[in-house]
Design a protein around this ligand. Sequence first.
Ligand code: F6R
Length: 608
Amino acid sequence: MCGIVGYVGHRQAADVIVDGLTRLEYRGYDSAGVVISPRGEAASKLDVVKRAGKLSVLKDALVTSPLQGTLGLGHTRWATHGKPNDVNAHPHLSEDYKLGIIHNGIIENYLELKQELLAKGHVFLSETDTEVMVHLIEEHYRGDIVEAVRNALKQVTGAYALVVSHADHDVIVAARATSPMVLGLGDNENFVASDVPALLPYTREVIFLHDGDMALITQEKITLTDFDGNAIEREVSTIDWDAEAAEKAGFPHYMLKEIYEQPTVLQNTFGGRFVGNGTDVQLDLKLDPMRVNRVVITACGTAYYSGMVGEYLIERMARLPVEVEVASEFRYRQPVLDANTLCIVVSQSGETIDTLEALREAKRQGAKTLAILNVKGSSISREVDDSLYIHAGPEIGVASTKAYMAMVAAFELLAVWLGRARGTLPDSEAAEIIKALRATPHMVEDAIKERHHIAEIAEAFKGFSDYLFLGRGINFPTALEGALKLKEISYIHAEAYATGEMKHGPIALIDDQMPVVCVATASELYEKTVSNIQEVKARDGIVIALANPEDEQIKAHADYVIKVPQTHELVSPVINVVAMQLLAYETAHRLGLDVDQPRNLAKSVTVE
Ligand code: F6R
């Protein structure tokens, strides 16, 4: 999940690399480094600058010690092996400064390889698994760097994206096993990066590397082979994202910009998918809904909570049994799947390793697979049978907002589509739900208008150390997502419970020191929710209720009411999550925290 950028061409490589790393900083940001090659001058050495801390620390160091040269590699790190410090930062170099390496992912057999290399006299400087690759490639080097990398990789197991440069060779060698890597094709210059945004100011022509691909990148051309050196070809894709789309557009934080983008995102997710006089949904899927008798949804974090909403929706509309499980558990518990099981994986990045491996497990067992995804060309998109894209655009804020809303919207579409095809969702109900879905962009706009009131609530409770979130039915996942958002960016401890569960334990925690955020919008269980709120009040609890504007009754029971537009109960999670996102944002902002890059987190988790 770290960021990689490599460049060879006619510009100063350090400038291109630092610019690209800035666009990837959301991937990892505990240390950063750049290595530049003087491009083949005899007996030359690589130049390196690397620093612990955010990219700004590296940028300052490069002002004092500028690096000159037109071939180079750079990295922002999110530590796995070894703590974030200057020595463990990438690039890693050989003792003679000839060989420089950057690596994302994990070399699983690094301890075993390290023992062998130590026995052969190699001296290790860092605590990283990556440094093993430096010594292993050195060990295989006989004057041909490509051959040396190829032979080294034969000894390695794990998931990685690797880029290598050597002072005596005018080439960047890149190799991919699981961790994402994309090549950028320029005019008399070429690029490699872990993600597309790094390349956008320079080129839109890209090649996504597949697992087992190696690329030899020179100023003039890119040659692709497999790990045995056999030539391969990959399609060139043109990226149609607007580079502006990845900027903050005047907002103080990406997260806030992305919250405000949600009405447009919904329009994009729904775009062209409602048909038949507003009673049907059209999805471009190969899947035959009549050949499914069970659904299993698996994903991580926020994407997993969208899957929990999906469970309610698919069970209600398509009358199929649905199970939801976190992907990191799913693949280790020998799940029972068969050819009539539809396994749905959900991922914004399409690169989350746990989700990717869960997909692979489902495929191994012969299940049908479908991915709800944002990033096209991602690893999951290439392995799954069918993809349903959410079209949320690039999400930069580490805490997911617009992707979550679009995932829930995609589940709404999928549930209607399945229900219609299976004959379990009558015309009238489909029409009602689709009408409600069509109104969501405006309703989300209205929900965002509560921001100033939510900011006052955030101000009142920013100093509290615990929060409880309650929701039931299809809004239980909304409560879970609210608690996750608050934890992630404000570092306030927050727990979420299904409202009816409160009296089975968490009620013991209620006092005047723990705000309780409760989803109390219109639902079949509204009256029961109001009783639960009264139970909190009876114990001196502080209640912040999410309720519909017409609800007068709630004011008598809640200390604060956040108004959320009223919609069909099955559509309400799309609208209700906005208040949760804004409460987390306003709290973290008031605490002076780094909203877009919360501590210990990274945008895309490509290691286990
Ligand atoms: C939370 C968050 C994470 C991700 C999770 C899965 O705000 O962003 O919990 O949802 O890491 O990521 P994707 O969707 O890329 O698979």
